[in-house]
Structures are given as structure tokens and as C-alpha cells.
Ligand binder design. Sequence first.
Ligand SMILES: Cc1cc2nc3c(=O)[nH]c(=O)nc-3n(C[C@H](O)[C@H](O)[C@H](O)COP(=O)(O)OP(=O)(O)OC[C@H]3O[C@@H](n4cnc5c(N)ncnc54)[C@H](O)[C@@H]3O)c2cc1C
Length: 398
Amino acid sequence: MTMQADYDVIVVGGGPSGATAAHDLARAGHRVMLLDKAGRIKPCGGAVPPQLLKEFDIPPSLLVARAKSARIIAPSNRKVVMPVGEEGFVGMVDREHFDEWLRERAASAGAVRVTGRCEEVDDSKPIVTLTYRRDRNAEPETVTARSVIGADGARSAVARQCIAGADRVPCVFAYHEIVEVPDMIREDYDPTRCDVYYQGHLSPDFYAWIFPHGKQASIGLGSADKGFALRDATRVLRAEVGLAHWKTVRTEGAPIPLKPLKRWDNGRNVLVAGDAAGVVAPSSGEGIYYAMTAGRNSADAVAAFLASGDARALRMARKRFMKAHGRVFWILGIMQYFWYSSDARRERFVSMCADPDVQRLTWQAYMHKKLPRRDPMAHVRIFFKDLGHLFGLRAAQS
Ligand SMILES: Cc1cc2nc3c(=O)[nH]c(=O)nc-3n(C[C@H](O)[C@H](O)[C@H](O)COP(=O)(O)OP(=O)(O)OC[C@H]3O[C@@H](n4cnc5c(N)ncnc54)[C@H](O)[C@@H]3O)c2cc1C
């Protein structure tokens, strides 16, 4: 006789990835538990592409702002504005409400929501046993399932315990300050624009940002350099742009993993998704859309595993994800490695972004999450301009 598990699937983590996976699986009729430790708003700039709203049925009412352009700022302080175009926008979500909405949607589809922290995952038998505590002082409780999806973010407890190599993911450390935007804005701030600073003194290997969020704004930066003082650099940024006096509501930070794990499953019954699987885009640090996509890919793979009992079905999650987005991650990884490595290169990178072809293709790729194929001549033009900038043949001010 085989042991009956409490659930078909336990999803650990109720962020965008886990909540999406739990929703999809519950809607398909599986017995799902969604375990989330709660109590902390995820530190995040909250920028999402229109494709996310379309693909995951997100009501536009969840957007707290729509940015219509990005302004990128070079080490010389040269500013290049990149308008998104007539139809486009960058959506801004408030993670406190966005994540809770996703979790509630999963619950409405039938997932059982439990608040608690996952501590141990025993995946050595066909039925997984998971130990969690409802709060710090509570007694540990155990629950069993035929499979587990670890969507518990960067530094995932599930990934560390069940997936080989998960403790060696390279990360950028990001920090931001949520500030209150005054009713009368006199400073150089536009509530419909995302400002992105490519300046070595603000980040030696990534970038700094000012993102609008309706009545609030996120001001922050990231760096993989552990010795780099993120708070000090944020203070410098705020002073330099004249926003030091805006009231700070919260300050927070978190690691952003920047490389998909080589394996997302343990070969038996556990799969990881989202930040836990390392799927944040290099160069931009965009992770919400990719976390939700990986959550959906994981739900499909687990559903196939539950139907067949064949653990090889779990591999499908990573395969599908990398087929759709692996090329973009690769290109963005090279871009980050090359263009973010010195102020001279950052200057040339910003110059390159003044090009209308670069702007059009960048926004198309961002908004639709596909590499545009329709305009081959634009790719050719960019390739030669890129080479020109690469070798410094084009003047930095071109
Ligand atoms: C400062 C900063 C700014 C960012 N800005 C952007 C941006 O503008 N746009 C964008 O697309 N991406 C951004 N990102 C990246 C984005 O936030 C993440 O990629 C995304 O949140 C990943 O979603 P997830 O569901 O995989 O993980 P998370 O959102 O981290 O969710 C994990 C969930 O698991 C829960 N959890 C963790 N451990 C346990 C445990 N042991 N037991 C139970 N539950 C647990 C947590 O409570 C949380 O709810 C930013 C990241 C940072 C740090």
C-alpha cells in the first residue's frame, strides 16, 4: 500500500512565482498548499511590462503608476530620454498589494493558504515531508505531499536543501529607499519617468534608479561588490538629484540572483522556481515577469509529473523557460559584463541608447518579452553601431 500524502503539491513561497504556480495547479484541480512566511514586504522597484498583465490576467487597477519613458544618465551626467512610444508603458506595482492579490487569487482557485516558515524538506522518499513553524515560538508542524515547488526567493531554503549547486548562485545586492512624493514637485522628478543612473560612484557594476510609484518613489541601487556601501551611495544619489529632503518611508534590501540554476529539480519530486531558480534578467534585474513565467512552467511540469509519476517530467520547467528566454538572458549577461565595467564604457553605452533603432528594439523586447524579428535592418544597423561604440570609433557624444 502506498502512503497517502496530505497534498498533491506544497508550494513554498507566496511571491509572484509561488502564487502563480499555486493558482495554476489549484485551478487544474490539484490539492495545493501555499505556505508563505509573510510579515515582510518584498523589497522591489515593482516595474512590470504590459506583457505580464496580458499573460497572467492582472487587472490594470493593480498598477500604481505607468511610466511612459526611461531617462538614462551617463557618468558625464549626459541624459538620454527613451520614450516608450504611443501604446507602451512600464507598469508599476506595489508589492504589498500585488503579492497579496496573487495569493488570494490562488486561494480562490482552491489552494490552502498557510502562514509559516518552511524549515526542513525531507525529499529522500517518494512522499516529501516538510517541516514548518507558524511563527518563531510555535511548535514545528509537518505536512506531506507528492511534490514540492520551492518558490521561496533568493537564498531559498528549499533549493539549498534539495538542489545541487543552489548555494553558489551569483547575486547582485540591491537596496532601496521608499520615499514620499510631495504634492508640489519642484525637483527634477517626473512621476511618469524611470530614471536609471549608469555612474560608477553610484554602482561599480550595476546601476542606480529612481522609479515612480504614484504617491511614493523607489530610490535605490545594486552591486555585486560585497564591500560597496549601498546605503552611502543611495544617500549620495539623493543628495545629487536634490531628493535628500523627501520623507523616507522605508529602507530595505535583498539579493537578486542573476544566473539560472543548471538544474531546477532534484530528479524525484522537488522543483524550484523564480528567484529560487535564479531567473532574474542580468543587466536590468527584472525578475517579476520571469518569476511568474517560471512559476507557470513549474506548475505545468508538476502537473505532468502527478499525472504520469515520471520524475523526468519535472525537467520540462527549466527546458521551456530557457527555450523562451535563455537567449535574452545570455545577451543581457554579456551586456552587463561588458558595458557596466567602467565609466568610459558606461558613457558609450548611454550614447548608444540615444539611437532610435536601439530604443525601439529595446522597448519592443521589454514590453512583449520577445526578441523583435520583424526589422532585420535595424539589427544590422545596431550591430555596426555597437561595434563602433565598442571600439570607441564613434564619439561618445554621437
Ligand atoms: C531592491 C530590489 C528591486 C527590484 N526591482 C525590480 C523591478 O523593478 N522589477 C522587477 O521585475 N524585478 C525587480 N526585482 C526582482 C524581483 O523582486 C524578484 O525577482 C521577484 O520578487 C521574484 O519573485 P519570487 O516569487 O521568485 O520570489 P519573492 O518575491 O522573493 O517571493 C518569495 C516568497 O517566499 C516567502 N518565503 C521565503 N522563505 C520562506 C520560507 N522559508 N518559508 C515560507 N515562505 C518563505 C517570502 O515571504 C516571499 O513571499 C527587484 C529586487 C530587489 C531586491
